[in-house]
Design a protein around this ligand. Structure first.
Ligand code: C2E
Ligand code: CA
Ligand code: CA
Length: 510
């Protein structure tokens, strides 16, 4: 690295000498000298060779052009190699400052790219990259590592310790989460971040430091949206997104390593449990618990989304049966249905068959579909499935509401039971007037259409209280409980109901 830098410097100096204007002044003197020394022939030769030599020297010493492959076409930011070079400087003995490496990835980037389409996602990435660049000092560097993944090299000045790095991490996440306008709608993002301090790097070079930060990012993604993790020595360095081959995934699905966990939904006013959502989790034998953000893309790539759907549905209906047997009433369980599954013409038959097998009445199963599905045309298989499931008696929840482009009026045509207001609209609703106005508008229209509402991602009691004031029906989020295994859910539900009826922990919010 240092050798390459040094060679570039020498080339630069020689070129400066060879291309300096005053060099041309030597031409007449050189020609006279050649005439004295070797006569007419030598003078003619020098007259021809002198400019030629200068031209060749200038060409040979021309700095290597920035290769277009080194620049990301969408954002104009440099790529991985540049970041490694920059981080390498921090390990040089004469470096003024050491460097820390941070890596940030927009949550659920694949899902987002599908939702927004190629033009939309490029617009979003350009805005995000601009904001990230301005959040840094001039001497710091931001690069693109993958779609929606950015790497940073940060000067570790005297006062830049762990605390300051965490603050910077939060600042970068805030830059990503500021609303982005796109075609008269607002796109609201969140992101995960991993970082590695130079002192913790497995080896004293940029590549090792970056790989440590990417490893920390993998752990952050595993922990769920919005997480931050620092690299520690126990983490095995990983580069890029985690890849799992089809066999590993199939085995994980078949052997019960991947199964649903359950997150409660409660009535906003009374706190009563009204249902739950089944969310896939992978209990990996060596890597520990993995959240879907870190393995769903691999499942989709391996063409195993339908198999995942079967595993989660089976797990969800088994859990409901077990809870019933224990005498705890969780009236509904919701499953997420991917576009792949919805495009299978036999989906509604498969679900009917499973419900019959468990002897569960269809209205206890909620099918969550993404908002974009209802923008498709009537004769689509997906629409046919949604209608067939509604006819069967299943409830339909419109997931991530507000992130797609469904005309709200078209919801009525599809027997949608509830809309699930995306977490991005719920965050800071207690303090942010724009958020309040947005949710008020959604709630008003939902009431007019006689459709229920669930707020997703309710993280604080203050947000919960504001939702009660605004008149949202149901809430789901960390302030109530995080997703948990079926057995833990049973215990949690029993305790929650006891406390609620004793009116100790869950006071009436209305
Ligand atoms: P989703 O359907 O929108 O699920 C809600 C996500 O928000 C879950 O992430 C949940 O753990 C998280 N969450 C809940 N409350 C809070 C909160 O208060 N704060 C924050 N920051 N997050 C909260 P999870 O489990 O990581 O799932 C991510 C996405 O993966 C889901 O988003 C869904 O699109 C997909 N997914 C999960 N399970 C399945 C599945 O079985 N099948 C399919 N096709 N997709 C699934
Ligand atoms: Ca969902
Ligand atoms: Ca959602």
């Amino acid at each position: 690295m240092a050798v390459v830098q040094g060679a570039e410097q020498v080339k630069k100096r020689i070129r400066a000498i060879l291309t300096a204007p005053h060099l041309a002044a030597f031409l007449p003197a050189t020609m006279i000298f050649a005439y004295w020394y070797g006569g007419e022939h030598l003078m003619v030769l020098v007259a021809i060779l002198f400019p030629g030599l200068l031209a060749i020297g200038g060409t040979l010493t021309r700095p290597s052009p920035a290769s277009p492959q080194k620049i990301d076409a969408t954002t104009g930011l440099p790529k991985r190699t540049k970041l490694i070079e920059h981080l390498d400087f921090g390990f040089m003995p004469d470096a003024e400052y050491e460097k820390s490496c941070l890596v940030l990835e927009i949550d659920e980037i694949t899902k987002l790219a599908d939702q927004l389409g190629p033009v939309g996602i490029e617009h979003v990435l350009r805005i995000v990259s601009g904001r990230l660049r301005t959040a840094l000092r001039e001497t710091d560097l931001v690069c693109v590592l993958d779609v929606g993944r950015f790497g940073f090299s940060i000067d570790k000045r005297q006062r830049v310790d762990l605390e300051a790095t965490l603050q910077l991490a939060a600042r970068l996440q805030a830059a990503v989460s500021d609303p982005i306008s796109l075609d008269q709608t607002r796109v609201l993002l969140s992101s995960c971040l991993g970082f590695a301090m130079p002192g913790r790097s497995p080896e004293a070079n940029g590549e090792a430091l970056l790989s440590a930060a990417e490893s920390a990012l993998s752990f952050a993604i595993q922990s769920g949206p919005g997480s931050i993790r620092a690299f520690s020595n126990g983490m095995a360095p990983r580069v890029g997104r985690i890849e799992h081959n089809r066999e590993t995934l199939l085995r994980a699905l078949d052997e019960g390593q991947i199964k649903p966990w359950f997150q409660p939904q409660v009535c906003v006013k009374t706190g009563r449990i009204t249902g739950c959502e089944a969310l896939a989790r992978w209990q990996h034998p060596t890597m520990g618990l993995i959240a879907p953000g870190a393995f769903l893309p691999a499942i989709a790539k391996a063409g195993l989304l339908e198999r995942l759907g079967e595993v989660v549905l089976y797990g969800a209906l088994s859990a409901v049966r077990d809870w019933d047997n224990e005498g705890i009433n969780v009236s509904t369980v919701a499953v997420n249905v991917s576009a792949d599954e919805l495009n299978n013409p036999t989906l509604s038959d498969k679900i009917k068959w499973e419900l019959d097998r468990f002897d569960t009445s269809p209205e206890r199963l909620v099918v969550e579909i993404l908002e974009n599905v209802i923008t498709q045309t009537e004769d689509d298989v997906a629409i046919h499935n949604v209608k067939a499931l509604a006819l069967l008696g299943c409830k339909i929840d419109l997931d991530d509401f507000g992130t797609g482009n469904a005309a709200i009026a078209s919801i009525a045509r599809f027997n949608v039971h509830r809309i699930k207001i995306d977490r991005s609209y719920v965050t800071h609703i207690d303090t942010d007037i724009d958020q309040q106005n947005m949710i008020s508008a959604i709630l008003t229209i939902a009431k007019q259409l006689d459709i229920g509402t669930v707020a997703e991602g309710v993280e604080t009691h203050a947000e919960h209280a504001m939702l009660a004031t605004l008149g949202c029906d149901h809430a789901q989020g960390y302030s109530i409980a995080k997703p948990m295994p079926a057995e833990t859910f049973l215990q949690w539900a029993l305790t929650h109901e006891q406390k609620r009826t004793a009116d100790v922990v869950v006071p009436k919010l209305a």
